[in-house]
Design a protein around this ligand. Structure first.
Ligand SMILES: Cc1ncc(COP(=O)(O)O)c(C=O)c1O
Length: 369
């Protein structure tokens, strides 16, 4: 299967290891195992539990304990509607491989994680793109969506809260999107990997809870600061989960039992971990917004969720050229909008290393001049 280069991941491979100031990261500062135990408590009990485990395949579709913990992040889901995957990246891929066939009509709302348009394209689907626009605060134009979604649309792919823009779709708009999908009988795949990191502390509704053909993907990478576990999930209607599990036999078998164990602990303690992460995000966001107030060459719709902002800049330089030069001359790493199909923008991550963030933004301002 031929597939387009994954531009964001390739940029990371090329630039991240030598960045002096990394403003491209999308994680909130990751937790160590020690820090996770500090939050969760009863370290000795958990350690003895872990040490005594036989390292077999574990529960093939994920443990009941983990699936029950995941259910607590939804209002309407049962363990039977959930399967555990290798990160959200594995979840998105499995949904596409299970649902999309050559010739199917797919609508993808972009900018977003590239899986949502490049995988269906590689399968031979007819992929129509709906570009989010800065003048709409990066929220989808529903008239445009209605025009793109036809009677035979198989699936609408979206991401809420959105990477890279930080936009959070309000509930009434989310409901309207499900109504547009319903008219055509389309599924909605909503990548909800940042759901829980809404800056006002109010978790958005999941598409899986409000639409009978809604499919939600999530993971512990962003919301729980545990990207190293490589653990995600799919929440979907029965017919989708059955198809996903059928595909899944070929590329997953099961997810590591230690990943399953740590993810269960983290999700069972979601209130504490999300509180920690929102405090960090709002600290970083304050640094970013203070900087934006004084930086006349950069403009940005203030993000409402997630860990990234998508900023426009005043110059005509292509974003890849700007970011390459910036990093070569100052060590500051920012992700070019071109990697997310929108030139003239830069993705800035602000969930990490606040001292560095402050210094790096000052360096960037000086460099721009
Ligand atoms: C929108 C989105 N979906 C999926 C992923 C992949 O997440 P995971 O680490 O859970 O595989 C990312 C990672 O940056 C992302 O931003």
């Amino acid at each position: 299967m031929r597939i387009d280069n994954f531009k964001v991941e390739e940029w990371f491979n090329k630039y991240e290891y030598w960045a002096k100031y990394d403003l491209a990261d999308t994680c909130v500062e990751s937790l160590s195992i020690e820090e996770l135990f500090e939050i969760v408590g009863e370290k000795d009990r958990h350690l003895s539990d872990i040490f005594s485990r036989k390292l077999n395949y574990g529960d093939i579709h994920g443990s009941e304990r983990l699936k029950n913990a995941i259910c607590s992040m939804y209002s309407n889901q049962t363990p039977d509607n959930i399967t555990i995957t290798h990160g959200a990246i594995g979840a998105n891929q499995l949904v596409m491989l299970s649902m999309v066939e050559r010739g199917d009509k797919v609508v993808s709302i972009i900018p977003t994680y590239q899986q949502h348009y490049s995988i269906p394209k590689s399968i031979g689907a007819d992929v129509k793109l709906l570009f989010l626009k800065e003048e709409n605060n990066w929220l989808p134009d529903l008239d445009e969506l209605e025009e793109l979604v036809g009677d035979d649309t198989k699936i609408i792919c979206m991401n809420n809260p959105n990477n890279p823009t930080g936009a959070v779709i309000p509930e009434n708009m989310l409901i309207k999107i499900t109504e547009i999908a319903e008219k055509s009988g389309a599924y909605i795949l909503c990548d909800e990997v940042y759901r829980g990191l809404e800056h006002n502390g109010v978790m958005s509704k999941s598409v899986a809870d409000i639409y009978e053909k809604g499919i939600s993907t999530g993971s512990v990478s962003k919301v729980f600061s545990l990207a190293g576990l490589r653990l995600g999930w799919i929440t979907a209607p029965d017919e989708v989960i059955n198809e996903v599990n059928h595909q899944r036999e070929y590329n997953t078998i099961s997810v590591g039992i230690l990943d399953d164990y740590f993810a269960s602990l983290a999700i069972e303690n979601k209130a504490k971990i999300i509180k920690r992460n929102l405090e960090k995000i709002n600290t970083g966001k304050k640094i970013l917004t203070d900087w934006l107030e004084n930086e006349t060459l950069v403009r940005c719709v203030i993000p409402q969720g997630g860990t990234t902002a998508f900023a426009g800049y005043a110059m005509n330089t292509p974003s890849t050229e700007l970011c390459k030069k910036l990093q070569e001359e100052t060590g500051v790493m920012i992700l070019p909008g071109e990697c997310m199909e929108l030139d003239g923008y830069l993705r800035i991550g602000y969930g990490n290393n606040f001292e560095q963030l402050k210094i790096a933004l000052e360096i960037f301002s000086k460099w721009l001049r």
